[in-house]
Design a protein. Structure first.
Ligand code: CA2
Length: 158
């Protein structure tokens, strides 16, 4: 069974509680519950992590080494600033899908650049909470195609 890590970056713990016009009405718990539902249907396991701290996010990414087959991440504002997150993702060399609730390219120009995108299989941006579901499906499909449907050894390079 593929084991996946879902990572939520800074302020995403406030989802559904503040700024619903920008980020929707679903809470982070709602999004995680929906992801768990999809993961179960797809036959994969998911662990969830959220932090507002860049170092804690780096630690979580490092912890996937030899433990997980892939990462689904919304790096939040660190998308646009964090060389440290990018270095950690490059170091673990796992398939990564980057997701965003909002469409980055309809927003301020500083959100148009991602340090994570060049390291990701792909990026899904602008579908609200559905971005996570679409991202999970894309990651699982990628892993299944790559392995010919059997789970590979953890830590297999991209
Ligand atoms: O669209 C996304 O998913 C973002 O990653 C969200 C980040 C933003 O900095 C990125 O440019 C795009 C911000 C997350 C803030 O989340 C909040 C949720 C509720 C209330 C306030 C902030």
């Amino acid at each position: 069974m593929f084991r996946l890590q879902v990572i939520h970056g800074p302020n995403l713990n406030l989802l559904g509680l503040r700024e619903p016009h920008l980020y929707g009405t679903q809470t982070l718990a709602d999004i995680n519950a929906a992801l768990l539902h999809t993961a179960t249907a797809l036959g994969v396991s998911v662990d969830f992590f959220q932090s507002n701290s860049e170092g804690a996010l780096v630690d979580c990414i490092q912890s996937t080494l030899n433990q997980k087959h892939g990462i689904l991440i919304n790096p939040g504002a660190y998308t646009h600033t964090s060389v440290a997150l990018a270095d950690a993702i490059a170091a673990v060399a796992l398939p990564v899908v980057e997701v965003h609730l909002s469409n980055l390219y309809k927003r301020e120009s500083f959100r148009h650049h991602s340090y994570i995108a060049p390291l990701a299989i792909g990026q899904i941006s602008g579908f609200g909470a559905d971005s996570y579901d679409l991202g999970l499906r894309a990651l699982v499909q990628y892993l299944k195609k790559k392995s010919g449907s059997a789970s590979p050894a953890v830590g297999a390079a991209r």
